[in-house]
Design a protein. Structure first.
Length: 101
């Protein structure tokens, strides 16, 4: 798999399927939240579902970060050179974004 910058993704097919299942479940949660708002459900119940959805997204993000560290970063560090610094900076920036959200 390649992304916009032409760099490869190392997500294994079985892991990709797991991520897709989780994301579809999250998509269903988002639709459920929309219905809850439309139906003017109790605010605390909606907030509880928002929290569950946020945790599910965080689990996907942490899994992807782990994959990135285990493959992209490790391989770049083994190879050395400027690519290693770039991959470490990408990982650090991704972690910072996750912590801020």
């Amino acid at each position: 798999m390649e992304h916009e910058a032409g760099q490869h993704s190392y997500i294994a097919n079985h892991t990709k399927d797991d991520y897709l299942k989780r994301l579809r479940r999250i998509e269903g949660q988002a639709r459920g939240l929309q219905r809850m708002v439309e139906e003017e459900k109790y605010c605390i119940d909606i907030l509880t579902q928002v929290s569950a959805m946020k945790k599910a997204l965080e689990a996907v993000a942490l899994g992807l970060l782990d994959e990135h560290l285990a493959h992209c970063v490790v391989n770049a560090v083994k190879a050395g050179g400027p690519e290693a610094e770039i991959k470490l900076k990408e990982a650090s920036d991704a972690i910072a974004r996750l912590v801020k959200s």
